[in-house]
Design a protein around this ligand. Structure first.
Ligand SMILES: [Zn+2]
Ligand SMILES: [Zn+2]
Length: 475
């Protein structure tokens, strides 16, 4: 029974089978495995009973033949050579590492498809012919934005462009245009100063401390700047300038706005007072959001789903695990790399969320191990060597926190509330200082939650105790 699986095979399945390589279950050779045995064995074309010859007539590689005996890589190479031709019939010298990167993708079909789209083609041609300088700004000036960002990232990965913080760059592209939309010149001047002396400083400090800005902070800054502009407009509509703001204005403002809006305005109000652009007024104390917990029953149901798989993607299972068992915020989950996952001296899988690394209890260690080997989005040019536990679609970047949040949402897992629940559960087991160290939280933060929970560890001495219990899968 050496043949294709039962029945006719569609062209999509055929194409996918043409991209599977590995050790043949029949002859043990490492090559293309287009054949599938009756028990799911993967066979080379010879062991599969002569499924055909898939050797490229040009390069001799075995694989998906895009057309007329030519493999996908050769076709992709032709496309890239044509697009990056500087007019002399050769790829522009500075862009050869980019060409090599694109052609090195494991699944050339996706590259071929990408290079039939007008957006990326136009950008690559413009770069090859020197229509814009080979700089971040140059690439960024070429529409459409999505393609130019992707190609810019590929150029950074290829070493053609220096790495700059992508989010800082995008923010700097955004704010001058946004300021132009502010009609009142005085408001515009104030917002410009605030933005420069508050947000850009905060951003640079974050890049200096963490090595990158990330997505969340500039996004928050945009929203807050818009609310700040609305606040200035509101004052103006009452005939007041910022310097004339009274306590009654602030009290009215704070009474009328949501906690979210109040928090959004605080940085501006503090800055305006500190720089004497506004009288010293009292800001109402910051309110903390009330914490609503998921029930223990819900949490156990969710953990059981992760364990069973239940049609969930591996990525989702690992993500949910990190939130439900380890109370990790999405910003930190995003930053995890495969090197943060390691087998300890005790033979158990450990994950470095803090110091020391946290053990991963069975059976969840298997979920994480599987995920590490089968990370998604690994097959495109952008991510052939991605270190991230959750690689994104953009070159060298981790998955967006927005994508992570959406995934949690789709799984029905409330993000923040579960974090509190998970950390509370763990605090019942071990002193805050140990939990805080392992999960990377500040000790005072963990102590605060412990105090709220009514757990007192002041007299705790049994530090050799297991700091974590395995999750219970039954109630
Ligand atoms: Zn074989
Ligand atoms: Zn070829």
């Amino acid at each position: 029974m050496r043949r294709w699986p039962e029945g006719p095979i569609c062209s999509g399945c055929f194409a996918n089978a043409m991209e599977i390589y590995g050790i043949c279950d029949g002859c043990g050779t490492d090559r293309l495995l287009p054949g599938i045995g009756p028990d799911g064995q993967r066979w080379c074309t010879d062991c599969g009973g002569g499924l055909g010859d898939y050797t490229c007539t040009r390069c001799g590689r075995e694989g998906w033949r895009e057309h007329a005996g030519i493999c996908g890589w050769c076709v992709l190479r032709d496309q890239v050579d044509e697009l990056l031709d500087d007019g002399t019939g050769r790829v522009r010298v500075e862009l050869t590492p980019l060409a090599a990167l694109i052609v090195s993708m494991k699944r050339p079909r996706s590259g071929i498809r990408w290079l039939t789209r007008p957006g990326p083609c136009g950008i690559l041609r413009a770069l090859a012919r020197g229509e814009v300088p080979l700089t971040h700004e140059g690439v960024h000036s070429l529409p459409p934005l999505k393609s130019s960002i992707y190609i810019r990232d590929l150029m950074v990965t290829a070493g053609i462009l220096p790495p700059v913080d992508k989010f800082m760059f995008l923010f700097e592209q955004w704010w001058p245009a946004w300021l132009d939309t502010i009609t009142d010149p005085e408001h515009r001047a104030t917002l410009r100063l605030f933005l420069t002396w508050h947000y850009l400083r905060v951003f640079r400090a974050k890049i200096a401390a963490r090595g990158e800005l990330g997505y969340g902070l500039p996004q928050l800054a945009r929203a807050r700047l818009r609310l700040t502009a609305a606040f200035l407009n509101d004052l103006a509509s009452r005939g007041r300038t910022l310097a004339e703001t009274t306590q009654a204005d602030l009290d009215r403002l704070f009474a009328q706005s949501s906690p979210h809006q109040r928090n959004a305005l605080r940085p501006f109000l503090r800055w305006a007072m500190n720089t004497r652009r506004m009288p010293q007024l009292d800001l109402p104390p910051q309110q903390e959001r009330p914490v609503t917990l998921v029930t223990q029953r819900q949490r156990i149901q969710l953990i059981r789903r992760i364990h069973d798989g239940d049609g969930m993607e591996l990525t989702d299972r690992v993500l949910a695990l990190l939130v439900l068992l380890y109370a990790q915020p999405l910003a930190r989950i995003q930053q995890l790399t495969v090197t943060d996952i390691a087998t300890g001296d005790d033979g158990h899988l450990h994950i470095r969320l803090g110091d020391p690394p946290t053990p991963v209890p069975a059976p969840f260690d298997q979920v994480i191990r599987q995920h590490v080997t089968a990370r998604r989005n690994q097959m495109t040019a952008a991510n052939t060597t991605s270190p991230w536990l959750f690689p994104g679609r953009a070159s060298g970047q981790p998955m967006h926190t927005t994508s992570l949040r959406l995934r949690l949402h789709n799984l029905g897992i409330p993000n923040l509330t579960n974090r509190s629940r998970a950390i509370r559960e763990m605090l019942r087991q071990a002193p805050p200082i140990i939990i805080a160290g392992m999960l990377g939280y500040s000790a005072t933060g963990a102590e605060k939650i412990a105090a709220e929970y009514g757990t007192h560890w002041q007299h705790y001495v049994g530090l050799d105790r297991q700091p974590r219990r395995p999750p219970r899968l039954t109630e």
